[in-house]
Write a protein that binds this ligand. Structure first.
Ligand SMILES: CC(=O)SCCNC(=O)CCNC(=O)[C@H](O)C(C)(C)COP(=O)(O)OP(=O)(O)OC[C@H]1O[C@@H](n2cnc3c(N)ncnc32)[C@H](O)[C@@H]1OP(=O)(O)O
Length: 287
């Protein structure tokens, strides 16, 4: 949608956000320039008219005057590359605002709510179905920090219903008695989208396979004396005992079992059991 003036100074950024003060956040230069303000009013009025025409409405629901009278937010998408015209063009707009509404839930119960509402949405006819609507909608969702299923939509057109279904999976409308449409999930505590994974931790030193690590595991599985006497033999249950020869004992050349650990340490199981026994007596029979 083209205008007879350069749109860059009027709208500022490619995504231009306008509230009731009609002063785009990204606009550079002097804040009060009468010609720019007038041009912005023209842009808003013309966009409102084009949207009304596209929807077959008798009068625009968006105009500069209506913007000033309400606390709505207008997201305007500008063709920043100025393709075809050096003055640039407007691709479309999306208007949202909070409204107090009585809304029915799935059980037909009335709920008072103040959701963010989609009030007017338009992409120029020549650019529809090119993904601009989604780009604009997505920008709004991020700026307003709202999930799509928390929105109420004011009398959506067939095109908008198809759009919401396609891009956000919103299809299951909860019937209302007013003109607003809400979707399944509006009242639910649906979880927020998954968080970004935490930053990767710096590489840790890779620990070599070592007996000391294995000792720690073994001591955890074996209770101290006298609680390890239940299996009928000193040293623990048959299950734990079945692993023991491979873990702790070695065959000596004369066929006897060497109770020392394979690394030559003298911290054999019976020594540890003796220490546990001493501790047990110290605590339970201090005299
Ligand atoms: C609360 C309200 O504002 S209600 C009024 C909504 N506005 C209108 O109906 C005005 C006319 N329509 C438009 O301005 C636009 O089509 C919008 C704003 C609804 C969508 O913007 P677009 O840039 O076309 O959307 P985008 O390209 O990101 O997504 C395309 C999808 O939107 C839906 N869609 C867009 N145009 C149409 C269409 N003519 N017929 C059916 N579905 C359509 C479809 O799901 C389409 O996907 P598809 O092409 O695979 O079928």
């Amino acid at each position: 949608m083209e205008f007879p003036f350069d749109l860059a100074p009027v709208l500022g950024d490619r995504f231009c956000v306008v509230d009731q003060h009609l002063r785009p956040a990204g606009r550079r230069g002097p804040t009060h320039r009468g010609d720019l303000e007038q041009q912005l009013r023209t842009v808003i009025d013309e966009l409102g008219k084009a949207s009304a025409k596209a929807q077959g409405l008798p009068a625009p629901v968006t105009s500069a005057t209506r913007m000033e009278a309400n606390r709505h937010v207008l997201y305007i998408l500008r063709d920043a590359e100025g393709r075809g015209t050096p003055k640039g063009a407007v691709i479309g707009f999306l208007k949202v605002g909070y409204k107090k509404l009585f809304l029915l839930d799935r059980n037909g119960a009335h709920n008072e709510a103040e959701p963010l509402c989609v009030l007017d949405f338009y992409i120029h006819e020549s650019l529809q179905r090119h993904g601009y609507g989604r780009e604009l909608f997505q920008h709004m969702l991020q700026s307003e920090r709202v999930e799509p299923w928390r929105l109420a939509v004011d009398r959506p057109s067939e095109k908008l219903l198809a759009f919401l279904h396609k891009h956000y999976g919103l299809a299951d409308a909860i019937p209302q008695v007013n003109n607003f449409v809400i979707f399944e999930g509006f009242f639910s505590n649906r979880p927020a989208p998954p968080r970004r994974p935490p930053p990767k931790r710096p590489e840790e030193e890779i620990k070599p396979y070592s007996l000391s690590e294995r000792d720690f595991l073994r001591e955890e599985t074996e209770p101290p004396w006298p609680f390890n006497l239940t299996s009928g033999r000193v040293g623990g249950s048959p299950v734990r005992g079945s692993l023991r020869p491979f873990l702790l004992r070695r065959e000596t050349p004369d066929g006897q079992t060497d109770p020392r650990p394979p690394d030559g340490r003298t911290d054999a199981p019976q020594h540890r059991r003796a220490r546990w026994a001493a501790l047990f007596y110290f605590f339970f029979f201090p005299q």
